[in-house]
Each structure stands twice: as C-alpha cells, then as structure tokens.
Ligand binder design. Structure first.
Ligand code: B12
Ligand SMILES: *[C@@H]1O[C@H](CO)[C@@H](O)[C@H](O)[C@H]1NC(C)=O
Ligand SMILES: *[C@@H]1O[C@H](CO)[C@@H](O)[C@H](O)[C@H]1NC(C)=O
Ligand SMILES: *[C@@H]1O[C@H](CO)[C@@H](O)[C@H](O)[C@H]1NC(C)=O
Ligand SMILES: *[C@@H]1O[C@H](CO)[C@@H](O)[C@H](O)[C@H]1NC(C)=O
Ligand SMILES: *[C@@H]1O[C@H](CO)[C@@H](O)[C@H](O)[C@H]1NC(C)=O
Ligand SMILES: *[C@@H]1O[C@H](CO)[C@@H](O)[C@H](O)[C@H]1NC(C)=O
Ligand SMILES: *[C@@H]1O[C@H](CO)[C@@H](O)[C@H](O)[C@H]1NC(C)=O
Ligand SMILES: *[C@@H]1O[C@H](CO)[C@@H](O)[C@H](O)[C@H]1NC(C)=O
Ligand SMILES: *[C@@H]1O[C@H](CO)[C@@H](O)[C@H](O)[C@H]1NC(C)=O
Ligand SMILES: *[C@@H]1O[C@H](CO)[C@@H](O)[C@H](O)[C@H]1NC(C)=O
Length: 459
C-alpha cells in the first residue's frame, strides 16, 4: 500500500495536491445508487460488436464492479480477437484503453497482455506519437487525450516512457490541450490523471527523476487543475460529457471536493442530466459512471482482485424504455450550410420533427449531391464526419469537420443532436490549429477562424 504523505510546502498554493488520499472523492451515496440505474442499464443492455472500440465499456464495468459474466466474456473475447487481427493499426489511445480494460484488476486476461506484448507495443506507439510531433509541427498522430491515456497505461503497467519526454511534451502551454481556442477539459483531465500516476511512480521510486523534473510535473498538474476549474458552469466542467473525467482528475489532485457544497453542486447537475437521458450512449455512460461511484483510472491495478460493487443494482430490461411516437411527427424546416474557405453552400431542408443532424445531412445530400455529399465513420460516440464535398479533415494539420448550430459548436455529434425548427446548422472545415494558446478568455470573436485543410482528396 501507498505510504501516507506529509503535507508538502503548499502555503503558496490555492489548494494542496495530495496524491493517494481518498478523502476528496465526491460520489453518489449508496442509498442513491438507484439514480445510477439508467447508466448501468445503458451499459448492460446495449449490443456490442465493435471489438477494441468497446474497451472503454469493459474498463468501466470492471472498475466499478458491475459483474455480468456473459457480458464481460463477450466483450473480452471480441476485444482480444480484434487485437490479434489489427494491433498494429490501432491508435495509441485505443491500445491504452484495451490494456486498462483487460488489466483492470487481477484476471486471466493478464496472460494475454503479456503474451501479446501489448505494453511494449504501446511504448512503441507512444514513441511514434512523439516522432510525429517532431516532424509535423508539434501535432501528434492522434491527440493529447490519447497521448495522456497512453502515458497513463504505460505508467500503470510498467511500460517504457521517459521523464524528459513527459516534462517536455505535457507543459500546460502546449497547443494540443486546445481545440480551436477552447481548452479541452477531457484532455486536460486525462493529462492530470497520467501526470499524477507519474508523480506517484517517482515517489515510490519506480522511475527516477530529479527534483527539477518532479517540480515541473507538480506545477503542470496544478496549472491543469486550475484550467479545469476555470471551465466550470453549474457544477459541470467543460460540459456534461467531460465532467466525469474532470471529477476523476480533481479527486486525485485537488481538494476541490473537500468542500461538500462543491460536491453537491456537481452531483445535482450530473444526476439531473442522467435522469433526462443525457448519457444514453454506452460510451457516455461508461465515461461518467466511475467518478459517480468514487473511482478513477488510477484505481486500475493489475495487483488488486476484481471487486464487486457493494450495492446490487436491480437491473431490469423494463428500465431501458424506448419511447415510440404515437402520432406521425410534423415536418420541420432548417437551414443547412457547408462552408469551406469563403465558399458557402446552403439549402433549406425539411425533415421530420425529432430528426438528428445526420438526417439533415442525408436529406441535403439527396437534394444536391455535389455540394452536400459526405462520409462518416462509425465511432463509439456515433457517426464521425470525415469528409464533406470530398474534402477530408486532416489530423496532421489539425483540421476537422466541425458542427455548428446558430454559430455555436455542438456538444453532440451528428447522430445524436436533435435539430429544431428554424435552426441554422452548419458544417465547417475548422482548423484546430493554434500556434499559441489563447492568453485570455473572450479574446476571440464568435465567427470561427477560417478553415484550413491540407491534401484535399476526392472520394
Ligand atoms: C480529440 C477529440 C476530438 C478531435 C478528434 C480528432 C483528433 N485530432 O484526434 C476533434 C477536435 C476533431 C473532435 C471533433 C469533434 N468532437 Co470530439 N473529442 C475529442 C476527445 C477529447 C478525445 C477523443 C479520443 O481520442 N478518444 C480516445 C480514442 C481511443 O477513442 P476513439 O473513439 O478512437 O476516438 C476517436 C473518436 O472519438 C473521434 N471523435 C472525436 N470527437 C468525436 C465526436 C463524435 C460525436 C464522434 C462520433 C467521434 C469523435 O475522434 C477520435 C480520434 O480519431 C473526446 C473526449 C472524450 N471524452 O471522449 C471529445 C468528444 C468525443 N468530442 C465531442 C464532440 C461534440 C465533437 C464534435 C461533434 C464537436 C463539434 N461541434 O463539431 C466534433 C465531431 C464532428 C464530426 N466531424 O463528426 C464530444 C462528444 C459528446 C457527445 N455526446 O457526442 C466529446 C466527448 C467532448 C465533449 N466533452 O464534449 N473531437
Ligand atoms: C433493489 O431492490 C431492493 C428491493 O426491492 C431495494 O431495497 C434496493 O434499494 C434496490 N437497489 C437499487 C440500487 O435500486
Ligand atoms: C447480463 O448481460 C446480458 C447482456 O450481455 C443480459 O442479457 C443479461 O440480462 C445481464 N444479466 C444481468 C443479471 O444483468
Ligand atoms: C523497455 O525498454 C527496454 C530497453 O530498450 C527493453 O528491453 C524492454 O523490453 C522495454 N520494456 C517494455 C515493457 O516495453
Ligand atoms: C514551479 O512553480 C513555482 C511556483 O510558481 C516556481 O517557483 C518554480 O520555479 C516552478 N518550478 C519548476 C521546476 O518549474
Ligand atoms: C507529487 O509528489 C510530490 C512528492 O514527491 C508531492 O509533494 C506532490 O504533492 C505531488 N504532486 C502531485 C501533483 O500529485
Ligand atoms: C504489483 O506487484 C508487483 C510484484 O508483486 C510489484 O512489483 C508492483 O510494484 C505492484 N504494483 C502495484 C501497482 O502495486
Ligand atoms: C412531410 O414531408 C413529406 C415529404 O415532403 C410529406 O410526404 C409528408 O406528407 C409531410 N408530412 C407532414 C405531416 O406534413
Ligand atoms: C482554401 O484555402 C486554402 C488556403 O488559402 C487553399 O490552399 C485551398 O485550396 C482552398 N480550398 C478551396 C476548396 O478553395
Ligand atoms: C430558405 O428560405 C428562406 C425563407 O424561408 C429564404 O429567404 C432563403 O432564400 C431560402 N434559402 C435557400 C437556399 O433556398
Ligand atoms: C417537435 O416535437 C417537440 C416534442 O418532441 C415539440 O415540443 C415541438 O413543438 C414539435 N415541433 C413542431 C414544429 O412540431
């Protein structure tokens, strides 16, 4: 077990950073576990066919101790089969999630992790990310959320990483914590978890680091925590989908939740959202549930035995209600535009009330193939738009297809966002490029910066 820590010299700080302590956790009380049922039901009663893409689900089931042998077996088998088939092609973050899921607690899958050399393969993917940054203007192959997941998994599973790489690449000033000019709370939170793990490894002398490097890691964590806290609205950090990860980061590295009011504020808002079905995607449920049950990814530990949740969920299929509309819905009309550089293609599109953004895109494509054709890939969060008008977003350039409503970026994807009558929807080739992180909030106009792209391809 971890030794207890003396309080370090933190008089100057707004808060202290106390790793390994469990007193700042803000979790749903056992008596209120019934409010978590929608999340558990969503996770247990979905069909899973995507192999590695379902790793986050297995990770959460094991981390919070929801035991369902048939489901666990099914997920494990599909993940392993997928790993055997295409481990060299998966991204760093995907492989990190696989390792965290398979190794979440003591179970037979550890043999698979070892025999398939997953940890050293992850170490290679980490190196490849860093090499890409060196040759592509500081842009990783994927993103900093995945780089952080990777560092976290390497740290927890005794993989290879170097302290100088950590102190060089994880500075809070790094542009990769931002998309457009927005600090990505999910990304910052994952980095805090990874850095906290590294810090603990330094303390337990699992890895060596000088005082200077230790101090840097400490400072980065503190700064990132401050940024996360600065993104608070209504008890949420970033938005409802980043809050679970933000909570985990705050648990392991701040005293924020020592204040009971802070805790109640977050729980009230999150549970309200849960009751309104905001986390109806299994991945959304999987990302919020650990924090609500007082768990963090730092609890993933191949040495500890798989636990059972102390409370039995009365899981029932009846709870997973799907509302079937009784009357045929009215038609609604929206404006839809695609913007590339200065060119704008617009159309008025009529769809059934209750339609999602993707339905609008499909209808527009039917009407004007040349202007509105698009491609999408299936992801845990739904369909991910990869090209419009044959123009692909490009990670090396940090461009992406951004979805807007009345000029504001959506917080849901095309497959989830339900459109409203009279709304102005836009698909915009946005550049996630920032040469320097924004110094202050509010210094950017509401009009998005011109889109950038690289290597247009028709397909
Ligand atoms: C990095 C990131 C991005 C990057 C991805 C590209 C890159 N350079 O890596 C960029 C900036 C392009 C991006 C775009 C968007 N994102 Co995003 N993104 C993330 C983030 C921080 C990490 C994703 C990741 O790497 N996961 C780990 C790997 C292992 O999993 P993965 O499934 O292989 O990851 C891929 C997909 O997740 C995909 N992706 C990223 N974002 C989204 C969003 C949707 C809806 C889909 C279907 C896929 C997708 O890109 C990842 C890399 O290839 C997550 C945070 C989170 N909590 O998951 C948000 C997150 C998934 N994104 C989100 C959103 C809303 C979007 C946008 C819809 C925003 C917008 N208004 O346009 C767009 C997608 C539009 C489209 N083209 O379809 C939300 C989804 C919430 C929801 N309920 O649907 C999240 C949870 C952030 C949040 N808290 O709001 N994103
Ligand atoms: C499950 O059902 C039992 C008996 O009906 C009840 O006492 C308990 O609170 C329920 N648990 C949850 C998590 O809903
Ligand atoms: C376990 O999960 C399966 C889906 O894989 C589901 O059909 C079954 O009802 C679940 N069992 C329990 C006890 O929740
Ligand atoms: C770490 O690196 C050393 C030396 O390069 C290598 O021998 C070892 O196998 C690596 N370990 C892992 C887990 O990748
Ligand atoms: C860490 O932050 C403190 C206080 O801001 C500063 O004095 C110190 O130089 C920083 N240390 C490093 C290694 O960056
Ligand atoms: C990191 O470890 C040091 C002790 O080496 C401790 O003082 C500090 O609080 C820790 N920082 C974080 C961010 O966990
Ligand atoms: C797990 O156990 C091994 C061997 O007993 C030990 O070397 C390692 O430090 C332990 N890891 C953790 C995270 O406790
Ligand atoms: C909605 O539009 C479709 C196609 O334009 C049309 O067939 C249908 O009758 C309309 N429904 C209503 C309720 O107006
Ligand atoms: C958009 O602008 C960029 C840079 O100004 C240019 O390279 C690109 O060809 C333009 N794309 C289109 C489709 O006009
Ligand atoms: C869409 O409808 C509005 C009025 O309802 C009209 O002013 C506009 O010209 C239409 N746009 C297109 C592209 O048809
Ligand atoms: C669309 O449906 C919602 C409820 O599902 C309703 O509140 C709204 O009035 C409807 N809009 C139209 C234009 O029918």
């Amino acid at each position: 077990m971890r030794p207890s820590h003396q309080l370090p010299l933190l008089g100057l700080l707004l808060f202290s950073l106390i790793p390994g302590q469990r007193c700042q956790i803000c979790e749903v009380s056992k008596e209120d576990y019934s409010s978590l049922k929608p999340l558990v039901n969503t996770m247990v009663y979905s069909s899973y066919t995507k192999g590695i893409q379902d790793a986050n689900i297995l990770l959460t089931l094991r981390l919070v101790g929801i035991h369902n042998q048939s489901l666990e077996q099914q997920l494990t088998q599909q993940i392993k089969q997928d790993v055997r088939k295409r481990v060299s092609e998966v991204t760093s973050g995907q492989l990190a999630l696989v390792i965290l899921a398979l190794g979440a607690c003591k179970n037979p899958d550890e043999v698979f992790i070892r025999d398939a050399h997953l940890v050293s393969k992850l170490g290679e993917k980490f190196k490849a990310e860093i090499e890409n940054m060196e040759t592509h203007n500081g842009n990783p192959l994927t993103n900093y959320y995945q780089l952080s997941l990777t560092l976290l998994a390497l740290c927890l599973f005794d993989g290879n990483y170097s302290i100088p790489d950590v102190t060089y690449y994880f500075t809070p000033e790094n542009k990769n914590y931002y998309f457009d000019d927005q600090f990505s709370v999910d990304t910052g939170a994952m980095a805090v978890l990874a850095l906290t793990c590294v810090n603990r490894s330094i303390e337990s002398e699992k890895i060596k680091a000088g005082t200077e490097d230790s101090n840097k890691i400490h400072n980065y964590t503190k700064k990132l925590v401050e940024k996360i806290l600065s993104m608070k609205t209504d008890g949420l950090f970033g938005n409802k989908f980043s809050t679970g990860e933000a909570m985990q980061a705050l648990f392991v590295s701040s005293n924020y939740y020592k204040n009971k009011q802070n805790c109640q504020e977050t729980l009230r808002t999150v549970l309200q959202e849960v009751s309104q079905g905001a986390f109806h995607l299994p991945i959304a449920a999987a990302q919020i549930l650990p924090a609500l049950m007082g768990k963090t990814y730092l609890d993933v530990n191949k040495n500890s035995s798989c636990t059972h949740s102390p409370v039995k969920f009365n899981i029932s299929t009846e709870e997973a209600v799907t509302v079937t509309p009784t009357v045929s819905p009215a038609n609604i009309s929206v404006k839809y535009s695609v913007r590339i550089n200065e060119t704008l293609d617009s159309a008025n599109i009529t769809v059934k009330n209750g339609s999602v953004f993707l339905d609008v895109m499909k209808e527009a494509q039917k009407q004007n193939e040349a202007a509105f054709r698009f491609t999408a890939e299936d992801r845990p969060w739904g369909p991910y738009i990869t090209s419009v008008q044959g123009i692909r977003a490009n990670t090396d350039d940090r461009t992406y297809w951004k979805l807007l409503s009345d000029g504001q970026p959506l917080t849901q994807g095309a497959g989830s966002y339900v459109v409203k009558n009279g709304e102005y929807l836009e698909g915009f080739l946005g550049g996630a490029v920032v040469t320097n992180p924004p110094a202050k909030a509010g210094d950017t106009g509401s009009i998005p910066a011109p889109g950038r792209f690289h290597m247009p391809q028709s397909n």
